[in-house]
Design a protein around this ligand. Sequence first.
Ligand code: RB5
Length: 144
Amino acid sequence: MLAIGSDHGGFELKNHVIEHLKNAGIEYKDCGTYNEESCDYPDIAKKVADTIISGECERGILICGTGIGISIAANKIDGIRAALCSDVYSAKMARQHNNANIICLGGRVTGRELAFMIIDTFLNEEYAGGRHQKRIDKIHALEK
Ligand code: RB5
């Protein structure tokens, strides 16, 4: 299962992404926001992150205006590796090298079709493990 969430700045792109996921037959949990009213991106980052930490969802998508605030917030939560990506190569490396469990996008930055490609890449790529694992372990040691 995939969790998805946005603030008001990412709301429009979130709706497009949800349509894309539906068309691809991908199961998702929509963690809000559910309208264009102003809201606070840390609240949405926590909702999506909680589904991953609890094991309910394997990966997540977070969208705010730039993707910056929501990625900073998500990365404060132990066990979350959130990658802000605006290109396909970074999305691929975020999975292969960083084992990212959340991808972040800027709804006011990245166009719809590119966002779909970035998300598809994030969902299809696997973590390479090996030499990367000790680096991931060191990231998590920083949480202590
Ligand atoms: C909201 O206006 C905007 O600040 C937010 O969506 C995001 O871009 C923050 O990083």
